[in-house]
Design a protein around this ligand. Structure first.
Ligand code: SF4
Length: 280
């Protein structure tokens, strides 16, 4: 495989304050998961994380907020952070992930230097009411359409292992394909005991098969990214995700769970003979 691997780092600039009831999400205030919660991460801390990501070869840096969607206040904060990060780590390509967003809000983010927007469909339209009752799947889909209309790069994927059927997985991938995302993040549900869902039933072989299926059903996507749950799902078999079709990973910590040290991922890629992408 000659493809280079795109590294992305995510930064939870606001954590654990969401009122929605997504059953897989420890950031909902409803489930009282034992996680760090804060309204706004100090900008200096975000700049330090951005610099570390840049120094470890990340090209993408994603500013994530925990809420259903953008409010005026959140929009101002994300734009302020974006400007500060561009000064500290100018090589990073900025991504925002702030829930549902209107076309006007997305254009404001774009003017602040944010190139891409991440909003996942999470699962199929049919299964979605089983995992969230406070907002509809259609709002998710519409936000993704807004991202395309705003002329931003769309990053949209989902999460496997919530109790969905194979039919649901195929349906989600078909919906994603209809949006033509540039990057498709695949997450594997990482169980937290405070959540009501059962632990992820998928085995590594099945998860690898889902990466292959994603690659096959989204042949035009530039990147299939394995994001949350990678270490938990694949353990010592993480190298196999690239043979299965992934060409992007999240390095460093996830939103509420620890990833492994960035240098370990760089060592893994080097041992597999894979190069890190240095441009988008
Ligand atoms: S809307 Fe987002 S942050 Fe809020 S509970 Fe759902 S997944 Fe979590």
């Amino acid at each position: 495989m000659s493809e280079k691997i795109f590294l992305c780092s995510i930064c939870n600039i606001n954590s654990g304050t969401c009122n929605e009831d997504c059953k897989f999400c420890s950031q909902s205030v409803r489930y009282k998961a034992d996680i760090e919660r804060y309204k706004q991460k100090p900008i200096e801390d975000i700049q330090k994380e951005a610099l570390a990501a840049q120094e470890n070869g990340a090209l993408g840096f994603c500013l994530v907020t925990a809420d259903k969607g953008l409010t005026d206040k959140t929009l101002d904060f994300v734009c302020e952070v974006a400007e500060a990060v561009q000064k500290t780590a100018p090589k990073l390509r900025l991504i925002a992930c702030n829930g549902t967003a209107t076309l006007t809000q997305l254009k404001t983010l774009k003017s602040a230097g944010i190139k891409a927007y991440n909003h996942n469909l999470e699962t199929s339209e049919a299964f979605y009411p089983e995992i969230c009752t406070t907002h509809p799947w259609s709002e998710r889909y519409e936000t993704c359409q807004n991202v395309n209309e705003a002329g931003m790069v769309l990053i949209s994927g989902g999460i496997f292992g919530l109790g969905e059927s194979q039919e649901d997985r195929v349906s989600m991938l078909e919906s994603l394909a209809s949006l033509s995302p540039t990057s498709v993040p695949i997450n594997f549900y990482h169980h937290n005991p405070a959540l009501q869902l059962s632990p992820n039933p998928l085995k590594a072989d099945e998860a690898l098969e889902l990466i292959r299926l994603t690659r096959a059903m989204l042949p035009d996507a530039q990147r299939i990214m394995v994001a949350g749950g990678r270490e938990m799902m694949f353990k010592e078999r993480q190298g196999e995700i690239f043979e299965a079709g992934a060409n992007s990973i999240v390095i460093g910590n996830y939103l509420t769970t620890a990833g492994r040290a960035m240098h370990k991922d760089l060592e893994m890629l080097a041992s597999l003979g894979l190069e890190v992408a240095t441009q988008v």
